[in-house]
Design a binder for this molecule. Structure first.
Ligand code: AMP
Ligand code: ZN
Length: 471
C-alpha cells in the first residue's frame, strides 16, 4: 500500500513518512484519562486530534487497532512519583471509594467523547485489570538488572541505559530547572531520574487499592501500566503511541525505558504528541477550581461539536488558546456550514471524477502532517465549486468519516421541517374552515378550500372529518 501519510515524530524530531511495521496494518496506543475527575476540554483536545489521526489512517486505507488504558491507580499529583495519589484525592473529595470514583468518571469521559464524536478505541483496559502483567514485567526488569529494591519500593535504574532522555538532549541538570521546590526528594532513588515501578512504602497509609506482590503489598507506578497494557493487546512492536505534550517527559520517556529494557529491542517507531489547550491564565488544569468541561459548554448553550470544529481549525502542533469569543465565531461558522449542507439535494448523479479530485485534495491536506484546517478548507471549496448537489453531498458525507462534525445529519431534515410546517398550517386552516361551516359561513369555508387548492392541497370531507392530500 502507498505510504502517503506524513506527520511529526517526536522521537526523530521531524515530519516523517509513516511506514507501519506490517503492510496495511497499524498498531496504535493512546494514553487514557486519569479518572479522578471530569476530563477538561484541554484533555479532550488531545483525544480529538488523536481521533483525527486514527480516522485519517482508516480513511486512507489502513486497518487500525487502537488500544487505550484507563488510569485508575498509581498516578500521583506529580508525574514524577511525588505528591498525593490522584484517585485517592478524588475519592476523599467526594466521600466515595476509589472504584466508585473510577466508574463514575470513566463513564463521564466516554459520554464526553461521544458528544465530541470521538470513536472509542478498539480496546479499553483499566490499569487495575492488569496487575499480574505489571508484576511480571517488574520481575523481568529486576532479573535483568534494570530495577532495584530500595526502602520497600521497586525503582527503575535509569543509569543502566545509554540514552534515557530519548526525546531530547535534556540532561539531568536541565531537567532540574523544572523541579519544584516544594516537591520532596525521594532518598531511596539511586539517580534523580529513577522512577517507581512498584510502591510498597507508600506515604499514604490510607491507600485503598493494594495488591500482594513478591516485594510486599502495594500498588503499581503509573508508567508501567501503559507499557504492559499496550504489549498485552498489540504485541512487542508498536507503530504509533499518542498523548499530550506533557506526557513526553517523564511518562513516555519512562515507558520507553522500561519497555525496551524488558523487550531487548526497539518498541515503538512513531510518537505523536498534541500541544496544549490553554486559557488566558495559562495551561488548563483540573486542580484549578472551575475548569472547563463539555458539560459546562453545553450548559452555556454550545453544541460540543463546535468545540471539535474549534480544535480542527488549528494545527495539533500549535498551542491553542481558548476563549468564548473564538468559540462563538466558530459556532456561527458551524451553523452556516450545516445550513449550506442541509440545503443540498441528495438526488441526482454523482460526478465520479470531481468526487475523486476533491477526495484526493482532502487526503493530501490530512497527509500533510494532519493539516485539519486545510482539510476543512477543501470542504468549503467543494461547497463553492461548480458541481451537482449530489456530488457535494457525497463528498461532505465522505469527509465526515474523518471530520466527524455531523455534516450530513441535517440533510433531508430541511425537507422534513418544511413538511411539518406545511402540515401544521393545513391543519390550522381545516380547523378554521370547520368553524366557518359551523357558523354557516359557507362562503368563507369555500374560500379556505380554494386558497389551499391554489397551494396544491386538496381537501376531502369524510365522516371522520376533513382529510387532505397534495395534488
Ligand atoms: P490525564 O487525564 O491527566 O492523564 O490526561 C489525559 C490526556 O490529556 C493526556 O494525554 C495529557 O497529555 C492530555 N492533556 C493534559 N492537559 C492538556 C491540555 N491542557 N491540552 C491538551 N492536552 C492535555
Ligand atoms: Zn501512558
Amino acid at each position: 500500500m502507498e505510504n502517503k501519510l506524513h506527520f511529526y515524530n517526536t522521537l526523530t524530531r521531524k515530519v516523517e513518512q509513516f511506514v507501519p511495521n506490517e503492510d496495511g496494518k497499524v498498531a496504535m496506543y493512546t494514553c487514557g484519562p486519569t479518572v479522578y475527575h471530569y476530563a477538561h476540554i484541554g484533555n479532550l483536545r488531545s483525544y480529538i486530534m488523536e481521533d483525527l489521526l486514527e480516522k485519517t489512517l482508516r480513511y486512507i486505507g489502513y486497518d487500525v487497532k487502537r488500544v487505550m488504558n484507563v488510569t485508575d491507580v498509581g498516578h500521583l499529583s506529580s508525574d514524577a512519583d511525588t505528591g498525593e495519589d490522584k484517585m485517592l484525592k478524588g475519592a476523599k473529595r467526594e466521600h466515595k471509594t476509589v472504584m466508585e470514583i473510577a466508574k463514575f468518571y470513566t463513564d463521564a469521559f466516554f459520554s464526553d467523547c461521544g458528544k465530541l464524536n470521538i470513536k472509542t478505541p478498539d480496546v479499553v483496559e483499566p490499569a487495575t485489570n492488569c496487575v499480574p502483567e505489571f508484576q511480571h514485567m517488574i520481575q523481568v526488569l529486576l532479573d535483568k538488572g534494570f530495577a532495584y529494591q530500595a526502602g520497600g519500593n521497586i525503582y527503575f535504574d535509569t543509569s543502566k541505559l545509554k540514552d534515557y532522555y530519548v526525546f531530547s538532549n535534556q540532561s539531568e541538570k536541565e531537567l532540574l530547572v523544572g523541579v519544584r521546590d516544594d516537591v520532596e526528594e525521594d532518598v531511596n532513588k539511586r539517580n534523580k531520574s529513577d522512577f517507581v515501578l512498584w510502591f510498597t512504602k507508600s506515604k499514604f497509609e490510607d491507600q485503598e487499592l493494594k495488591w500482594e506482590s513478591p516485594w510486599g503489598t502495594g500498588y503499581p507506578g503509573w508508567h508501567i501500566e501503559c507499557s504492559c497494557i499496550s504489549m498485552k493487546h498489540l504485541g512487542e512492536y508498536m507503530d504509533i503511541h499518542c498523548g499530550g505534550v506533557d506526557n513526553i517527559f517523564p511518562h513516555h520517556t519512562n515507558e520507553i525505558a522500561q519497555s525496551e529494557s524488558y523487550l531487548g529491542h526497539k518498541w515503538c517507531n512513531y510518537w505523536f504528541h498534541v500541544h496544549h489547550l490553554n486559557d488566558k491564565s495559562g495551561k488548563m488544569s483540573k486542580s484549578k477550581g472551575d475548569f472547563l468541561t463539555v458539560s459546562l459548554l453545553e450548559s452555556k448553550g454550545y453544541n460540543p461539536l463546535v468545540y471539535r470544529m474549534f480544535c480542527l481549525q488549528s494545527h495539533y502542533r500549535k498551542p491553542l488558546e481558548f476563549s468564548y469569543e473564538a468559540l462563538d465565531n466558530i459556532g456561527q461558522a458551524y451553523d452556516k456550514l450545516i445550513k449550506r449542507i442541509s440545503a443540498l439535494s441528495k438526488e441526482g448523479e454523482i460526478d465520479r471524477q470531481q468526487f475523486t479530485t476533491y477526495r484526493e485534495k482532502f487526503e493530501a491536506a490530512l497527509c500533510d502532517d494532519l493539516n485539519s484546517s486545510m482539510a476543512l478548507t477543501v470542504l468549503y471549496d467543494v461547497l463553492k465549486a461548480d458541481m451537482s448537489d449530489a456530488t457535494k453531498y457525497a463528498l461532505a458525507e465522505s469527509f465526515d468519516q474523518v471530520l466527524s462534525l455531523d455534516l450530513t445529519k441535517g440533510v433531508g431534515q430541511a425537507a422534513e421541517d418544511v413538511d411539518a410546517e406545511l402540515a401544521a398550517m393545513v391543519e390550522q386552516r381545516i380547523a378554521e374552515r370547520a368553524e366557518a361551516k359551523k357558523a354557516k359561513d359557507f362562503a368563507r369555508a369555500d374560500a379556505i378550500r380554494q386558497e389551499l387548492l391554489e397551494q396544491g392541497i386538496i381537501l376531502k370531507d369524510t365522516r371522520e372529518g376533513t382529510l387532505w392530500s397534495r395534488e
